[in-house]
Design a protein around this ligand. Structure first.
Ligand SMILES: [Zn+2]
Length: 494
């Protein structure tokens, strides 16, 4: 897919664009206070007066106008992940799910650098960011629009100020929508048996406390703790420790911990010693098999061991979660963060055993929780008290190219090119390991055909892919999504 050049620029403006770009780059490389000032003023002019020339230059870079498919770094036949990702450079192919173009790592770095240079002036920022429209999702374009409107009424305002203003407004909007969903769930609980209705209304009240930052006594749930700790430990750079944490946390979900007596059989005590690596001479007094009250002692031992294993980037978050969990075990009030997922999860726990149609009515309510993929306010609240660079980084990162496993690896999908596709990070994370077959397909069905048309064209013409790999990818795509692909143009060697 080769992008058309969007802006018509005459040659004189291209020349001036080039000279300004050069001047700008020279100033960046020699960073002094005076240069910084000059650089800022050039950046402003850049955005205001030379935008069209600039964008055109930008698009030349991405489309590789003089070099339509720039695969110098690619092997003859693509078989590795890195080669496959490079195939998306220069806007050559769109995401298999949303059809949007994707940034490679170096394109992302370059765009990050460019956009950061315009953060001093929100209006210029929106103009330059707008030139990436082929890469941005609809809600991101809406955000640019919002920033632009605010910049119009406050000329010269910087991006950071605009964003913190939008975040304040967004917070209000999001909370309003969340309260509305909670109230709908509460009303709906009337269709449930009394005990369950009561549990749902308590849950709603607790989540209202969460919205308002009020502490309350929250019931400990091993399943919830395991889910949260696994999410955090997955982000740890030390994968061995992460695995240890996840294994030991999972043991907390063992049914023996739900026994009223709190007695632990010898087998469980042995397993616990093994997991917590408590040395034999220290074991004697710790856990006595078949004695009441041992389960809660064991829970604390496990939490302590998890804290010991946590390290590096996630240490603080993991230890915070363990602290909150200890408080829950002790029945001490805690202030908890509101989370759509946590609410849905707890709600479904209460609804266990109800018939499908009833559960579906509740799910329909919680689907209305604003989420960052489909609601700009929910997208923006994440940037409260965050540096503006984080906003810009994420803004581009959504569009970064990634290897998608069409048949998810968690569901035994293979890790080979026959199961790989290119997807933007956003679509890749929306898919996760969810079932996306048929009615559950959350993406644009026509994007798939568009994607394979490019692959098939390059396979026929240049042999970039092996025919059997392309056929396997199509087979996987069809079986996972239920969307049919027309592959009749693929030339199959006799
Ligand atoms: Zn996508």
């Amino acid at each position: 897919m080769i992008l058309p050049v969007v802006f018509n620029v005459n040659h004189s403006s291209i020349r001036s664009f080039k000279s300004i770009k050069l001047e700008h780059e020279q100033l960046i490389t020699r960073e002094t206070p005076e240069n910084k000032l000059a650089q800022n003023s050039i950046a402003k002019n850049f955005g205001r007066n030379y935008l069209s020339a600039y964008s055109s230059g930008m698009l030349n870079f991405y489309t590789g106008k003089n070099n339509p498919i720039s695969f110098q770094a690619l092997p003859k036949v693509i078989q590795t992940k890195s080669a496959y990702r490079s195939y998306a450079r220069n806007g050559h192919i769109g995401c298999i799910y949303c059809d949007k173009l994707m940034f490679s790592s170096d394109e992302m770095a370059r765009s990050m650098h460019t956009l950061s240079n315009f953060a001093k002036d929100a209006k210029s920022f929106t103009q330059v960011a707008g030139s990436f429209s082929e890469y941005l999702k609809p809600n991101q374009m809406n955000i640019i629009d919002r920033i632009s409107k605010m910049a119009d009424t406050h000329p010269g305002i910087d991006l950071e100020t605009v964003i913190s203003d939008i975040v304040l407004q967004s917070e209000k909007n999001v909370v309003e929508k969340q309260v509305k969903v909670l109230e709908d769930v509460s009303k709906l609980s009337a269709i449930l048996p009394d005990d369950k209705a009561h549990k749902i209304r308590t849950l709603v009240q607790q989540f209202k406390y969460r919205l308002n930052g009020i502490a309350y006594v929250d019931e400990y749930s091993a399943k919830e703790f395991f889910y949260q700790i696994r999410k955090l430990s997955n982000l740890m750079s030390d994968k061995t420790k992460a695995y240890e944490i996840s294994t030991i946390a999972e043991y907390l979900t063992h049914p023996v911990f739900k026994n009223e007596s709190g007695c632990l059989p010898l087998k469980v005590v042995k397993k616990l010693y093994e997991l917590t690596k408590i040395v034999p001479h220290k074991r004697a007094q710790l856990l006595v098999p078949d004695k009441p009250g041992m389960a809660s002692k064991a829970e604390r031992l496990i939490l302590a061991e998890i804290e010991k294993c946590s390290c590096g980037n996630m240490k603080n978050s993991i230890n915070d979660l363990c602290d909150v969990t200890k408080k829950k075990l002790d029945g001490v009030p805690v202030v908890l963060k509101f989370s759509n997922k946590a609410f849905s999860y707890k709600m479904h726990e209460i609804l266990e055993g109800e018939n499908k149609a009833v559960v579906e009515q509740f799910t329909a309510c919680t689907r209305k929780f604003p989420a960052s993929v489909n609601n700009e306010d929910a997208y923006m609240v994440k940037y409260k008290n965050m540096p503006v660079e984080k906003f810009i980084y994420d803004f581009l990162d959504f569009s970064k190219v990634s290897i998608e496993h069409i048949h998810p690896r968690n569901n035994n999908g293979p890790d080979n090119i026959g199961n790989w596709a290119l997807a933007c990070r956003q679509c890749n994370s929306i898919h996760g390991s969810d079932d996306i077959f048929g009615e559950k397909f959350p993406f644009k069905p026509e994007a798939g055909q568009h994607y394979f048309d490019t692959i098939i064209g390059d396979t026929n013409k240049f042999g970039y892919f092996r025919v059997k790999d392309v056929l396997k990818q199509i087979e996987n795509y069809e079986s996972q999504t239920g969307v049919k692909i027309d592959s009749s143009k693929l030339e199959i060697p006799q």
